[in-house]
Design a binder for this molecule. Structure first.
Ligand SMILES: [Zn+2]
Length: 145
């Protein structure tokens, strides 16, 4: 994937907007740090790293449907990993050159919350060969009925 080719222009305004104080109050410190300041939770500590329950993963910031359990796979990388978003419009991909690396950042398309990064070509036996490496604290699993 050429990150630039698959990147939605950042000028696309978020549909869900809140003040910094509102985000802080609603999310709590850990989710705020990840979603609003692009922090990364420590590996193997997240609530959903090894979760195999069926359901839909929503954005913890705004409730948008982001991923489905059917595309979650065991990557052993320490974070929940998905090979495809629930809907290609659910996330925004953005080139990220922080920390001296070139990565592709994954954002919620609705609130522009930081979710994690997407990597590809790592050889995982998945249909897309992509790994959406997502912070647990940015998600909320809604179990299937
Ligand atoms: Zn969101």
């Amino acid at each position: 994937m050429d990150p630039a080719a698959n990147t939605t222009p950042a000028e696309n305004a978020p549909r869900v907007t809140k003040s910094d104080d509102e985000w802080r109050a609603e999310l709590g410190p850990e989710a705020y740090a990840v979603l609003r300041t692009s922090a990364t939770e420590r590996p193997f500590t997240g609530e959903y790293t090894d979760t195999t329950a069926e359901g839909v993963y929503e954005c913890r910031g705004c409730g948008a449907e982001l991923f489905r359990s059917a595309t979650k796979f065991e990557s052993h990388c320490g974070w929940p990993s998905f090979y495809d978003p629930a809907d290609s419009d659910a996330v925004i991909l953005r080139r990220d050159t922080s920390l001296g690396m070139v990565r592709v950042e994954v954002l919620c398309a609705s609130c522009h919350g930081h979710l994690g990064h997407v990597f590809e070509g790592e050889g995982y036996a998945t249909p897309t060969d992509q790994r959406y490496c997502i912070n647990s604290v940015a998600l909320r699993l809604v179990p299937a009925e």
